[in-house]
Design a protein. Structure first.
Length: 234
């Protein structure tokens, strides 16, 4: 019989998000092209996402590609698009046995028809699974809000509540965001989940994303659990 490691139960964290920064610097430090950093970052993504689910956290969101990232060198953009396509192919085989529901956050309209089709097929195939993995891809927090406001106008809504906005975000299916972890040492949110993070906690670390480990994940989670969240109250 397997014994459960209760020291690794962080189910009070219902939704965690990662800004996976530092891939380029990780590669540069090793004299490798930046693209190698993204390939290594994709491996870390898979490991950390699974580690979160194993700790009882039901919803994981990662920032894989922003609306601004299109202006990076073509070779780098192509590499990230290819990594995503490879990940989808891998996930198509594994996702149901791992009970993971994949949802892409962002505007799929700018993706190639082939990648868009693959992304939508994976969402459809995994839609009845229990854990939620949100992959922010061609995602921008402001862009997301513009989409919501356009929808509200199209629907003819005039008396708008916070719930009207929250329920039309790409994260409509996810619980409230608890914790955002940013690796790579920068202290900013870079247009990520700007509505959702209103009352989220932040954890910043200088560790570069490919080096982010399960030990450091536990450190971030313990740090979060020791915080007192007041949500604006006393
Ligand atoms: C930021 O690091 C990282 C990105 C813009 C891309 C993140 C992408 C991945 C981890 C791979 C995605 C793949 C899957 C399958 C989810 P940076 O390039 O800005 O690093 P730097 O600040 O050191 O230059």
């Amino acid at each position: 019989m397997q014994t459960e490691d209760v020291s690794k139960d962080f189910s009070q964290v219902r939704h965690i998000a990662f800004i996976m920064d530092g891939n380029g610097r990780w590669a540069k430090l090793r004299g490798l092209p930046r693209t190698s950093g993204h390939a290594e970052g994709a491996k870390t993504f898979d490991k950390i996402m699974r580690a979160c689910f194993a700790r009882g956290i039901n919803t994981v969101t990662v920032y894989a590609f922003s609306t601004e990232n299109w202006s990076r060198p073509e070779v780098e953009v192509k590499t990230i698009l290819k990594l995503m396509s490879q990940y989808i192919s891998y996930a198509e085989k594994k996702i149901n046995e791992n009970d993971i529901r994949v949802i892409f956050l962002g505007d799929k309209g700018r993706l190639s028809p082939a990648l868009r089709k693959k992304a939508e097929a994976l969402e459809e195939k995994s839609k009845n699974n229990g854990h939620i993995l949100n992959i922010a891809f061609n995602y921008g927090g402001r862009d997301e809000l513009v989409h919501v406001f356009r929808r509200l106008i199209q629907e003819g809504k005039t008396d708008i509540t916070e719930d009207d906005i929250t329920s039309r975000l790409y994260t409509a299916e996810s619980p409230a965001l608890d914790l955002v972890v940013r690796t790579g040492g920068d202290l900013r949110i870079s247009n990520f989940l700007i509505w959702q993070s209103a009352y989220a906690e932040y954890y910043f670390t200088p560790t570069l994303w490919p080096d982010f480990s399960e030990e450091e994940l536990d450190k971030a989670l313990l740090d979060f659990c020791a915080r007192e969240r007041r949500f604006g109250k006393v």
